[in-house]
Design a protein around this ligand. Structure first.
Ligand code: FAD
Length: 390
């Protein structure tokens, strides 16, 4: 098999890269380890920056998002039992859109397959080779048969646990990592959200987030221990905990229902750089992970792909390789800004086990300042709606 750009992974990064390149007349093949049903059913991110929305429109996959996405003009932050609104539109002129990653994935798969694009689902034993030479190769097994895909470039879009990053010689890679002493227990429930906007709750029992995917579907999270067992969390206990952390009239108004999905997500900050090795490009979670407090993971993956698609399109159109050479530096600067914001939101809102009362007071003072000062609220808002794309 032969293609121009071989892509490993059919998450948002790989699918969007394939779609953007297709619109430039560049051929791709995507190799995905999981089945289509599994990929389309995976519940993950849901808050899109304006730049992400614009790029999905540019990629011609915006129709359902336009119809079903919920435009949010702000968020609320709750602490000391009171809620404070950060008004994104007033502070920055911009908004965010709530539209599930699951829906984006479905839209992109439908667009690629509808245009005759090639996605090999359930590709086993994928491995990448010769990306330090002119003709990289991707080897894999499908239906028990060994196959080889020869290409000009490889998009390593295979997420944090993929094979691409691990195929780079370890001395060529610098890894920065921080793990947090807590995780998020998340549930998805067919219940109306308690508020029209997301509520981020700082509470002495731990952080909670009240979020949604649609007017009838709530996505809720509570801070828990990283090794928490789901067996200890029947639905009723989760709802009780959510009510306790939300407090006030809203707690009484919170409608509970059975969980459709329940999972524990560890919290980690991770950056591997550079993001290019010869003809292999890492994009999205394959290169970096952020704690979800800043809602940046999916948005960062999209931003990488935007830079990469433009660099490859320029190469095929004119033979120029300067954008390819700049790919890693261009992405990494923005990645670190999103890392900083995600770390800051996480540090400000969570309860750190074993932390002393002085630090707890500093945390509350920071929340007071952020919600009380226009300058500080603007700093939060402009990061949340998304810093300018390159
Ligand atoms: C449980 C969870 C909850 C999250 N919640 C949020 C949130 O609320 N907000 C937010 O902004 N972000 C969230 N994120 C992060 C966000 O979902 C990711 O940043 C986003 O999915 C990154 O997209 P990606 O395409 O880079 O990687 P992925 O979505 O991970 O896609 C990688 C793809 O590669 C495939 N793959 C992996 N290994 C191989 C292989 N060896 N061969 C072939 N294919 C392979 C995988 O099956 C997958 O389909 C969450 C992540 C997780 C795991």
């Amino acid at each position: 098999m032969r293609t121009q750009v071989g892509i490993v992974g059919a998450g948002p990064a790989g699918l969007l890269l394939s779609q953007l390149l297709h619109l430039q007349g560049i051929e791709t093949v995507i190799l995905e380890r999981r089945s289509r049903e599994y990929v389309e059913g995976r519940i993950r991110a849901g808050v899109l920056e304006q730049g992400t929305v614009d790029l999905l429109e540019e990629a011609q996959v915006g129709a359902r998002m336009r119809r079903l996405g919920l435009v949010h003009e702000g968020i609320e932050i709750s602490f000391r039992g009171e809620r404070h609104r950060i008004d994104f539109r007033a502070l920055t002129g911009k908004t965010v859109t709530v539209y599930g990653q699951t829906e984006i994935t479905r839209d992109l798969i439908a667009a690629r397959l509808g245009a005759g694009g090639k996605i090999v689902f359930e590709a086993e034993d994928v491995s990448v080779h010769d990306f330090d030479r002119d003709r990289p190769k991707i080897r894999f097994r499908k239906d028990g048969r060994a196959r080889e895909l020869v290409c000009d470039f490889i998009g390593g879009c295979d997420g944090f646990h993929g094979v691409c990053r691990g195929s780079v010689p370890q001395d060529a890679l610098t890894v920065h990592e921080r793990t947090y002493p807590f995780a998020w227990l998340g549930i998805l429930s067919q219940t109306p959200p308690v508020s029209d906007e997301l509520i981020y709750c700082h509470h002495e029992r731990g952080f909670a987030l009240f979020s949604m995917r649609s007017p009838g579907l709530s996505r809720l999270y509570i801070q828990c221990a990283p090794d928490e067992s789901l067996d200890q969390w029947p639905d009723a206990r989760i709802w009780d905990e959510l009510r306790a952390r939300l407090g006030g009239d809203a707690a009484a108004a919170l409608q509970s229902g059975p969980s459709l999905e329940k999972s524990v997500t560890p919290m980690r900050s991770f950056v591997a750089e550079p993001m290019r090795f010869g003809r292999l490009f890492l994009a999205g979670d394959a290169a970096h992970i952020v704690p979800p407090t800043g809602a940046k993971g999916l948005n960062l993956a999209v931003a990488d792909v935007r830079v990469l698609a433009r660099a490859l399109a320029e190469f095929y159109a004119s033979g120029r390789s300067d954008l390819i050479e700049a790919y890693s530096d261009t992405c990494v600067r923005r990645v670190w800004k999103a890392q900083r914001f995600s770390w800051w939101m996480t540090s400000m809102l969570h309860r750190f086990p074993g932390r002393n009362p002085f630090e707890d007071q500093l945390q509350l003072a920071e929340l007071d300042y952020v919600t009380g000062s226009k300058a500080a609220s603007t700093a939060l808002a402009e990061n949340y709606v998304g810093l300018p794309l390159q």
